[in-house]
Design a protein around this ligand. Structure first.
Ligand code: HEM
Ligand SMILES: *[C@@H]1O[C@H](CO)[C@@H](O)[C@H](O)[C@H]1NC(C)=O
Length: 551
């Protein structure tokens, strides 16, 4: 005890402080490189973590962009981060330098899920053999999904009918479409992974969706950022399992469902779904220690596809409904094109798209305007690289501001308006746009591009055949209400005020040809109505430019 007297304590504290500062400087030496992107001065140990406003991060970032330009740097504790804004910088990094920038930052917070090097799933997998194997496998499995008893197209069409029937069942009462869209899209993904759909009141489906929402909530915010940046905190007993309880529960449930489906596998038959196909690969790879086809990864890949596919598609469809309500003129033209090309009796098919330039343009504009993954998903440089003349060393986290591309004022005619003409030429033909990157760009783009396009038919295709969503009130979006949440916001949600109701439960029932609805579900209504419950949310902070308005 004699050691820690007043005399020795002072010098000891100074020595410890100097040591920590040196360690800190070591971690930050990259900042001294001449061509490293500029950024705010970090505080020892925590970097810029405390300067961030975790309630309103957008405000802080806009300030930084104004001060330092399109490419700037940050330090989240000891994690160096470079933020890229605008088409030029994002394209250069993700497309031209895709080999250098396709890695993901390591996520110590997910270690508790048991993510070994061979079982990282898809979404967070490091750029390497395991990722490449799983990427190739899932793309080819999803693409070939004539494998099962039904094509993806048939699954989607059937699900769309169930969805419309559920909308009709609301019989005029106001309702938020989010939960039903989640269920419908969840079912489409489930058809790929489990080869089945669930009734909308099936406790399994409800649990999967509930845990997904909880996990997303737990996954944003200060604590997550702090734990990931300062992983020693994870050693605080019980913290990780408490903070990420929903994720754990989701994995456990997914595992149970996988085991159930494996029991009914008939090895003499071709694979029925992704799980069967994966299990075949596990068999083939037996004895090979360096394979990503293993039990844990089966669960990770299945969960990744479910969460990534369900959440993004469902939010996009919610935006689509909202924007159709807010823009009755656009809705009318889409409806007209659907009537002309598909007709009210026929079911839509993928091939119809080529004759529907306006509808396709609207779909693109919904995705551009909805801008649902505003900051993309973090990448990491796997070797030293250069972007816009700046030097970005190996191991730097890259935040690609997709929002700044989708709403780049240098590129789009009306970046902050919903304007389908962005994707149409003077003759009304569909035109592609280089700055259209809601799925990001380069090596990590999801399922390019079949699965998202297919899922789309849920809405503008099948969903709107013979139906429309007339507006009941002056359409105006609550200003500033839609907005990303969390520290590094992952998702851009439409305002909660969106309320739909089916206007015509009493309309003559109409069953499309060749369509078999599951027992107990009601036939399709001729018409669904919708209204926007504007004014029911209180905007937290006005965001004047971003709020979509009717022109
Ligand atoms: C509907 C609209 C969708 C949007 C806007 C969207 C957006 C994105 C974005 C921005 C990324 C990050 C890409 C990057 O890191 O650069 C991503 C990754 C991913 N998405 Fe999607 N996505 C959509 C639909 C889907 C669907 C339907 C599925 C699956 C069935 C899916 C599965 C995935 C997967 C597995 C990844 C991780 C890919 C990787 O890291 O290699 N997504 N998505
Ligand atoms: C992303 O871009 C938007 C629009 O340009 C901007 O308001 C926001 O501050 C940017 N975010 C970051 C992190 O740079």
């Amino acid at each position: 005890m004699g050691l820690l007297t007043g005399d020795t304590l002072g010098p000891l504290a100074v020595a410890v402080a100097i040591f920590l500062l040196l360690v800190d400087l070591m971690h930050r030496r990259r900042r001294w490189a001449t061509r490293y992107p500029p950024g705010p001065t970090p505080v020892p140990m925590v970097g810029n973590l405390l300067q961030m406003d975790f309630q309103e991060p957008i405000c802080y970032f806009s300030q930084l962009q104004g001060r330092f330009g399109n490419v700037f740097s940050l330090e989240l504790a000891w994690t160096p981060v470079v933020v890229l804004n605008g088409l030029e910088a994002v394209r250069e990094a993700l497309v031209h330098r895709s080999e250098d920038t396709a890695d993901r930052p390591p996520m110590p917070i997910y270690d508790h899920l048991g993510l070994g090097p061979e079982s990282q799933g898809l979404f967070l997998a490091r750029y390497g053999r395991a990722w490449r194997e799983q990427r190739r496998f899932s793309l080819s499995t999803l693409r070939n999904f004539g494998l099962g008893r039904k094509s993806l197209e048939q699954w989607v069409t059937e699900e769309a009918s169930c969805l419309c029937a559920a909308f009709a069942e609301q019989a005029g009462r106001p309702f938020g479409p989010g939960a039903l869209l989640n269920k419908a899209v969840g079912n489409v993904i489930s058809s790929l992974t489990y080869g089945r759909r669930f009734e909308y009141d099936d406790p399994r489906l409800l649990q999967l969706l509930e845990l997904t929402q909880q996990a997303l909530k737990q996954d944003s915010g200060f604590l997550r950022e702090a734990l990931n940046s300062i992983p020693v905190l994870l050693h605080i007993p019980g913290l990780a399992s408490k903070v990420f309880s929903a994720q754990k529960a989701f994995i456990t449930l997914t595992n149970e469902m996988i085991q159930e489906h494996r029991k009914t596998r008939d090895p003499t038959q071709p694979p029925r779904h992704l799980i069967d196909a994966f299990v075949d690969e596990i068999e083939k790879a037996k004895g090979n220690p360096k394979t990503s086809f293993n039990e844990e990864n089966l669960c990770m890949v299945t969960s990744d596809l479910f969460v990534a596919g369900m959440v993004s598609t469902s939010i996009t469809l919610t935006w689509a409904l909202l924007l159709m309500i807010l823009h009755p003129d656009v809705q009318r033209r889409v409806q007209q094109e659907i009537d002309e090309v598909i007709g009210r009796e026929q079911l839509p098919e993928m091939g119809d798209q080529t004759r529907m330039p306006f509808t396709v343009a609207v779909i693109h504009e919904v995705q551009r305007f909805g801008d649902i993954v505003p900051l993309g998903v973090p990448h990491m440089t796997s070797r030293d690289t250069e972007v816009q003349g700046f030097l970005i060393p190996k191991g730097t986290t890259l935040i690609t501001n997709l929002s700044s591309v989708l709403k780049d004022e240098k590129v789009w005619k009306k970046p902050f308006r919903f304007y389908p003409e962005h994707f149409l030429d003077a003759q009304g033909h569909f035109v592609k746009h280089e700055a259209f990157m809601p799925f990001s760009a380069g090596a990590r783009v999801p399922g390019s591009p079949t699965p998202p396009r297919e899922s789309w038919r849920l809405g503008p295709g099948a969903g709107l055949t013979g139906r429309s969503f007339p507006t009941r009130r002056p359409p105006r979006l609550p200003r500033g209400a839609p907005g990303p949440h969390g520290a590094l916001p992952l998702l851009h949600l439409p305002p909660a005020a969106l309320q739909l109701f089916s206007a015509c439960g009493a309309a003559p029932a109409q069953r499309p040809r060749g369509l078999h609805l599951p027992e107990g579900s009601s036939p399709l209504p001729a018409l669904c109505g919708a209204s926007l419950g504007a004014g029911t949310t209180t905007p937290r902070r006005p965001a004047p430019q971003q709020g979509p308005e009717v022109q």
